[in-house]
Write a protein that binds this ligand. Structure first.
Ligand SMILES: NC(=O)c1ccc[n+]([C@@H]2O[C@H](COP(=O)([O-])OP(=O)(O)OC[C@H]3O[C@@H](n4cnc5c(N)ncnc54)[C@H](OP(=O)(O)O)[C@@H]3O)[C@@H](O)[C@H]2O)c1
Length: 263
């Protein structure tokens, strides 16, 4: 059985979607979990929901904008003061925006790169000294199949996710001697998340999911739990000899062509 007994884990963007599912799975596996994000109401709601599930422990909810270095440092300081260290970091917080590259603006570039690339870099470097003190750790970054394959109209999002994969591979090499493992999960479309809301609006989400279902050979879009199981494996000792991997968890999406099926 996969267990995280005695481990302290931080999940960024843990108030909704994939991050919330990862936090719940980690709590059920025995970890002390800290969730962070910008909206306190979402964090508190998630913490209460998780506390009523398996494991029953209440994750600590901390407000933190991961695009702000001072807030990252403050969050990590609070966690280490309270729990004595950090064993697992999940860089999950992310944003998605779509536009053709010829039309996309600098503001969108800055938002995507700061949240999807800069923040995982800075959250990782903030926890690494504490992981070294514990003799090792596991850093998991939630990237996307969009970082593995170009998608017209999503160029800046794809670029931010491709770049974070290389960042993580380099961190994996630089910190292998410290027994800090760094791995990446690449989901395809995952339902029950807020990621597509800024693009299609609340009302457009069901149609967005319906249109994309056919892209997954296993016949359905993903659920946050599907990603949480992979994160649990990478967080714990079962993956002790695994570092630098980029793992699609995608219902077979990477097997398919970008060409719409005609016959
Ligand atoms: N859903 C999918 O189909 C899919 C597919 C591939 C990859 N992913 C990746 O999975 C990750 C999780 O996304 P999701 O699908 O679960 O969507 P989501 O429900 O929108 O979750 C994203 C979370 O990130 C947090 N966040 C965003 N900016 C932040 C910031 N500056 N500081 C702190 N927290 C921030 C949000 O909380 P606040 O707004 O309260 O800060 C939110 O809880 C993302 O990295 C996404 O790119 C998702």
């Amino acid at each position: 059985m996969l267990t995280l007994n005695g481990k302290v884990a931080i999940v960024t963007g843990g108030g909704t979607g994939i991050g919330k599912a990862i936090a719940a799975r980690f709590v059920a596996a025995g970890a002390q979990v800290v969730i962070c994000g910008r909206r306190v109401d979402k964090l508190e709601q998630a913490a209460a929901e998780i506390a009523s599930g398996p494991g029953g422990d209440n994750p600590l909810a901390l407000q933190c904008d991961v695009t702000d270095q001072a807030q990252i440092q403050g969050m990590v300081r609070t966690v280490t003061n309270r729990f004595g260290g950090v064993d697992v970091l999940v860089n999950n917080a992310g944003v998605m925006r779509f536009d053709e590259l010829a039309r996309a603006d600098d503001q969108t570039y800055e938002l995507l790169m700061k949240t999807n690339l800069w923040a995982p870099w800075r959250c990782s470097t903030a926890v690494i000294p504490h992981m070294k003190n514990r003799g090792g750790g596991s850093i998991i970054t939630i990237s996307s199949v969009a970082g593995l394959r170009a998608m017209a109209g999503a160029g800046l999002y794809c670029t931010s996710k491709a770049a974070v994969q290389m960042l993580c591979q380099t961190l994996a090499l630089e910190h292998a001697p410290d027994q800090i493992r760094v791995n990446v999960i690449c989901p395809a479309v995952v339902e029950d998340t807020e990621l597509s809301v800024p693009i299609v609006g609340e009302d457009g989400v069901p149609e967005f999911y319906n249109k994309l279902r056919v892209c997954h050979p296993l016949g359905r879009n993903g659920r946050p739990d599907d990603i949480a199981e992979a994160a649990l494996y990478l967080a714990g000792d079962a993956s002790r000899w695994v570092t630098g991997t980029t793992m699609p968890v995608d219902g077979g999406r990477m097997l398919t062509s970008n060409r719409p099926k005609i016959i």
